[in-house]
Design a protein around this ligand. Structure first.
Ligand code: GDP
Length: 356
């Protein structure tokens, strides 16, 4: 019998506060770096897996101050009023540097965080982006198994974390300020391409600016190659066209329109089988990403590699040794022959980046 059977049962079906405590405990267990905790967490997740996967996973990104927590609070309460249970998770790699997370903080969502139909968990506060993202993916299984049918994963609009969040959610929403359209250079092309929906927040401050931003971002998306499909007969089969809308999180205006777009996206993706395909690709990418990370850690920790590394590095730095030859030499130290065609890293990168 599972060592944490009680914990599993409590996550799956304990009433109210007891279930929330169990979820928090389960997530703390899977965030632990202790080997025995890892084994227990794996067993627990195995038990939770059949009960997970039924939620809709919504990714949300935007620079600090754009209004993410205001929006999540308003949307979360709006969804709860319509019978949903909402979980909020965060991916914030900067938290491992600062020691504190700027995302998913309970004080940022005062009403939602105390609501019994909501669960908010800040970003894991240590580890590489890959490690932080993995914990969030696993936490997602916990909150889904506990019956939350909407999971919002938020991240800051800096660095690679957006790719990670787009790679673990069904729909990726990018939040912008009304003046964003004035300086399209500021909008990173790569991130724009990830967006299924761009939301211009704080429309209450300057309606005209928000309209302008909307028009500019819409044409920027078109320039990125997201062309519409003219033939109505092909509409169902055609991929989703990223949308742009404006709202005011502070005034809770535009939530209905926002959710209507989410539902439209969801129906289109589910109907065409793209939702299932996207999740399958994400799972495969997750596995390869972890294999990659595991191999890298094993390589760096290998005694013979560690012994040989300084000298090899020195030779590479001095231009005496070709980097590729150095890599092969070090891999041999680990007992690995590098295959003629490197498959590991390149496969991983490709699959992580093509999650749709
Ligand atoms: P986050 O860092 O992205 O989570 O941003 P916050 O939700 O903390 O919001 C940053 C600031 O913008 C706060 O002072 C909010 O009250 C304000 N804010 C958020 N949404 C709106 C909005 O729709 N209109 C206006 N006028 N202010 C907003």
């Amino acid at each position: 019998m599972l060592a944490d059977q009680q914990l599993l049962d409590d996550v799956l079906g304990a009433p109210g506060a007891r279930q929330r405590r169990a979820m928090a405990k389960a997530i703390t267990l899977l965030e632990s770096t202790r080997e025995d905790h890892r084994l227990r967490a794996d067993a627990l997740l195995h038990g939770l897996l059949p009960h997970s996967g039924r939620a809709f996973r919504l990714g949300l990104s935007g620079v600090p101050g754009v209004g993410k927590s205001t929006f999540i609070e308003a949307l979360g309460l709006w969804l709860i009023a319509r019978g949903h249970r909402v979980a909020v998770l965060a991916v914030d790699p900067s938290s491992s540097v600062s020691g504190g997370s700027i995302l998913g903080d309970k004080t940022r969502m005062e009403q939602l965080s105390v609501h019994e139909r909501a669960f908010i968990r800040p970003s894991p506060s240590s580890g590489t982006l890959g490690g932080v993202a993995e914990k969030t993916r696993e936490s997602m299984l916990v909150v889904e198994a506990a019956g939350h049918d909407i999971v919002i994963v938020e991240t800051v609009g800096v660095g690679q974390s957006e790719t990670a969040v787009a790679g673990m959610t069904d729909m990726f929403v990018l939040m912008q300020l009304p003046n964003a359209g004035d300086d399209l250079q500021a909008i990173k092309k790569g991130v724009m391409e990830l967006a299924d929906l761009v939301v211009i927040n704080k429309a209450d401050l300057d309606e005209d600016a928000a309209m302008r931003a909307r028009a500019q971002i819409t044409s920027a998306l078109r320039l990125l190659g997201q062309h519409g499909h003219g033939d109505p007969a092909e509409q169902d089969a055609a991929p989703w066209q990223p949308q742009v809308m404006q709202l005011s999180a502070l005034k809770a205006q535009g939530l209905e329109d926002f959710w209507a777009l989410v539902e439209a996206f969801r129906q289109k993706q589910a109907g065409s089988g793209r939702l299932a395909a996207r999740r399958q690709q994400q799972n495969t990418a997750w596995m390869w990403e972890r294999i990659d990370a595991g191999l890298r850690a094993a390589f760096r920790g290998h005694a013979r590699v560690r012994h040989a590394l300084p000298q090899v590095l020195q030779q590479v730095d001095a231009g005496q040794l070709l980097p590729s030859v150095a890599a092969r030499r070090l891999l041999r130290e680990m007992g690995l022959e590098q295959p003629a065609e490197p498959v590991g890293c390149s496969t991983t990168t490709t699959s992580v980046n093509t999650t749709r």
